[in-house]
Design a protein around this ligand. Structure first.
Ligand code: BGP
Length: 452
């Protein structure tokens, strides 16, 4: 166990970075042959997105990436997690490659390199080509085959520029929230059986991402999944509540991390889904359970759990109405989430290396006053979470890096541009960027490698 106190620095090789995703910041939605994504389509369906916002321009990063990397570098950012837009590479999902799409990312990586910033690349962060959705999207196994070809193409093309790969971002969000609840693109409300099948296809796509990096990533390439685990926090850090929180965590994550590590669906999961279980073909779990190099965790919030008062293994606690939260209704402020999620993943599944691939908070309008955005609420959120990361490392949890969501205010999916997660303010009318107080705070944290 490493002995570190709050005032001592993070380990010298600890990675501090910022994160964003193609669909949310790039804009250039139809530039240079890019195909339509399910989000481009969904944004045009009335009532789907707050304010009827679209992704057409977003932060115009497509045309301003060099300026953005200059700003990142000026804040001392050395690691940036981004995603590649599948419809830029394969406008119709499969079929012919669009050379202009590959060229865009070559230029983007060259600019990052010029500014001394290392890329961490997510292959899929939700912008599925609409043409694939028209053939069933994630409900169809053919989407997995198309993803396999896309992953091969991308890893081959960028193996010289990228060494750290993330297969998928947050399986629950592009399956459950998109195909069961209709909240995210493509906005469908399917049966439990269909939704369970989308989970299975996503797991297969993850396996193909790992395979592609092993086959074509070149020397030193590493790969992992980014999952938004359902997080539990013990109400009190007593052995009984910790055991209860851990049992809850294992149950809620059975169908994703449990399946990957169990090399198959657990009986408890199969009992739970019954006749709605996904169809599994021979060899699927050999692919799904290919070993990875790290686990990425996106941590925002958690459920409080305690030992069941009637003797049950666990009991989730309902939050009181006045529990503090960000402006995103789901984002209750529970900093211990970032301590317990990595610890449980390490203890339950044995991950030797964990990166926090997203952590941040969304608030509505944050005005620029006299050239400044005083987002002390975000500084406080970051500080509280970084302290918990530090505590986890001190307790022997192998957290090797932290990526803040997000570098810049962007298109926050169904919340449109109303919800701001950036440490850099974006004026979406003028495209002026203004680093917020939290950006200068985080710059100091990165520079001094200490929670300040
Ligand atoms: C995560 C996504 C990010 C980002 C963030 C903020 O789920 O990976 O892309 O959007 O959440 O959440 P939201 O936009 O849903 O409020």
């Amino acid at each position: 166990m490493k002995s570190i106190t709050y005032s001592s620095p993070f380990p010298s090789d600890f990675v501090f970075g910022v994160a964003a995703a193609s669909a949310q910041i790039e804009g250039g939605a139809f530039a240079d042959g890019k195909g339509e994504s399910i989000w481009d389509r969904f944004a045009r369906s009335p009532g789907a997105i707050h304010g009827g916002d679209t992704l057409d321009v977003a932060c115009d990063h497509y045309h301003r990436f060099d300026e953005d990397f200059g700003l990142m570098a000026s804040l001392g950012v050395k690691h940036y997690r981004l995603s590649i837009a599948w419809p830029r590479i394969y406008p119709s999902g499969d079929g012919d490659v669009n050379p202009a799409g590959l060229d865009f990312y070559h230029r983007l990586f060259a600019s990052m390199s010029k500014h001394g910033i290392k890329p961490w690349v997510t292959l899929f962060h939700w912008d599925l080509p609409q043409a694939l959705e028209d053939q069933g999207g994630w409900t169809a196994r053919s989407t997995v085959d198309a993803f396999a070809r896309y992953a091969d193409t991308v890893v081959k093309a960028f193996s010289g520029e990228v060494k750290d790969w993330i297969t998928l971002n947050e399986i629950r969000c592009f399956t459950l929230l998109a195909y069961a609840y209709g909240l995210k693109a493509p906005g469908r409300k399917e049966s439990a059986a269909v939704v369970n099948q989308t989970y299975h296809h996503a797991l297969l796509a993850h396996g193909h991402g790992v395979r592609a990096v092993r086959m074509f990533g070149g020397e030193g390439a590493r790969v992992g999944l980014t999952d938004n685990v359902d997080v539990s926090v013990p109400v009190t850090e007593t052995p009984a509540d910790i055991a209860a929180a851990k049992a809850w965590f294992a149950d809620k994550n059975l169908h994703i991390l449990g399946a990957i590590h169990g090399k198959g669906y657990a009986q408890a999961y199969l009992d739970r889904v019954g006749a709605d279980a996904p169809l599994v073909e021979a060899g699927d779990f050999e692919l799904i359970s290919l070993p990875t190099d790290f686990l990425g965790l996106n941590i925002y919030t958690a459920t409080y759990v305690r030992a069941g008062r009637q003797g049950e293994a666990y009991e989730a606690v309902q939050l009181p109405a006045n529990y503090p939260r960000a402006d995103s209704s789901w984002l209750n402020l529970v900093p211990q989430a970032i301590y317990w999620a990595p610890r449980m993943c390490h203890e339950l599944y044995g991950y030797p290396s964990i990166y926090i691939t997203e952590n941040g908070c969304g608030y509505n309008e944050e005005p620029v006053v006299n050239g400044e955005v005083v987002d002390l609420h975000r500084r406080d959120y970051l500080r509280n979470h970084l302290r918990e990361v530090h505590r986890a490392i001190a307790d022997g949890v192998p957290i090797d890096g932290y990526f803040l969501w997000s570098f810049i205010d962007n298109f926050e999916w169904e919340d449109g541009y109303q919800r701001r997660f950036g440490i850099v303010h974006c004026d979406f009318q003028t495209q002026v960027r203004t680093p917020k107080l939290s950006a200068y705070y985080y710059a100091d944290v990165m520079r001094l490698r200490t929670v300040l």
